[in-house]
Design a protein around this ligand. Structure first.
Ligand code: PEP
Ligand code: MN
Length: 338
């Protein structure tokens, strides 16, 4: 439920409404938008209806939110959300944010090298996993704590914020210390306890779509993070499982306009994990920019043959550089920049 406030509502009136919401065992969420200030009521809708909030001083109107996901919906917030990822990096606005780097942190030297490469080509965020969700327990699992420290060093040296995946809520202190953006991978999109824990922080969250999840499921997972108080959520379409087996997953390109219609959150496309093949990364990235994505998550490796993880889908540095130049032209054509 949304309580729309009158423009002249006083602090005292707002406080009174918030107190009443809490008394009902619900949570108020104040959102000061450009056009209007509203209070979202988090919790069971039926409980909120007990109280006739329309009669409270300072209230203009009370509206139910029709969608099952509430605070990530466009019904709750009309304007696009802008999320700050670093001192000079913001996603959801005019600039399309390219996040690039290796699948996994392999060594300090290699990470620092790749960070410089992607930065030179125009990436604004460095990606790299220190904790890797591998299908086989015998595959490389990541450098873990050591990898986090290398990422932090690369961030300082290259001046790029870092995005890296969390799998276990017990690692949260490490992520709060070192990461700029906490990634929740496709396999954990419905790990509700993890979503809630990350939701208690203020760190931006890059939430990847589960490979067998609908957009509704996806937005409900984002709602978990929101409902705990963290509104810095970025959604990432990374391919879904279909009958098609010529690519690793099938990129659901329509997810971009569909989510944009349903939600105010920024949407990123991952052309690397959806295809699994480097040769398709450039055309899919171009499609993503053309269709209105706010960002891209691209795997880049200086020697894919030797990569410890996802070598076949990694772009070599010169291919990434060429792609970035092509993307700039497409971005311009759709009124954006990179
Ligand atoms: C990744 O980005 O490193 C990753 C494992 O992706 P996904 O969760 O989409 O498979
Ligand atoms: Mn990968």
């Amino acid at each position: 439920m949304i309580i729309v406030l009158k423009p002249e509502a006083t602090k005292k009136e707002i406080q009174h409404i918030e107190d009443k919401i809490r008394e009902l065992g619900l949570k108020p969420m104040l959102s000061a938008g450009k056009e209007r200030t509203i209070i979202g009521v988090i919790g069971e809708e039926d409980k909120a209806r007990i109280q006739p909030f329309e009669a409270f001083p300072g209230v203009e109107s009370v509206m139910p939110i029709q969608k099952p996901y509430k605070f990530v919906s466009r019904e709750f917030k009309k304007e696009n959300s802008l999320i700050k990822l670093g001192p000079n990096v913001e996603i959801g606005g005019e600039r399309i944010i390219v996040m690039a780097g290796p699948c996994t942190v392999e060594s300090r030297e290699r990470l620092l090298h790749i960070a410089e490469i992607v930065k030179k080509s125009g990436a604004r965020v460095l990606r790299g996993g220190a904790f890797k969700p591998r299908t086989s327990p015998y595959s490389f699992q990541g450098l873990k704590d050591k990898g986090m420290k290398f990422l932090y060093e690369a961030k300082k040296k290259a001046g790029l914020p870092i995005v890296t995946e969390i799998m276990d809520p017990r690692d949260l202190p490490l992520f709060i210390k070192y990461a700029d953006v906490i990634q929740i991978g496709a396999r954990n999109m419905q790990n509700f306890e993890l979503l809630k824990e990350v939701g208690k922080t203020k760190k931006p969250v890059l939430l990847k779509r589960g490979m067998a999840s609908t957009i509704k499921d996806f937005l409900l997972s984002a709602e978990y993070v929101f409902s705990e108080g963290n509104h810095n959520v970025i959604l990432c379409e990374r391919g879904i499982r279909t009958f098609e087996d010529s690519t690793r997953f099938t990129l659901d390109i329509s997810a971009v306009p569909v989510i944009k219609k349903l939600s105010h959150l920024p949407v990123v496309i991952d052309p690397s994990h959806c295809s699994g093949i480097w040769d398709y990364v450039a055309p899919l990235s171009k499609a993503a920019v053309a269709v209105g994505a706010d960002g891209l998550l691209i795997e880049v490796h200086d020697d894919p043959e030797k990569a410890l993880c996802d070598g076949p889908q990694a772009l070599k540095p010169h291919k990434f550089d060429v792609l970035m130049n092509e993307l700039r032209q497409i971005a311009k054509a759709v009124g954006r920049s990179i």
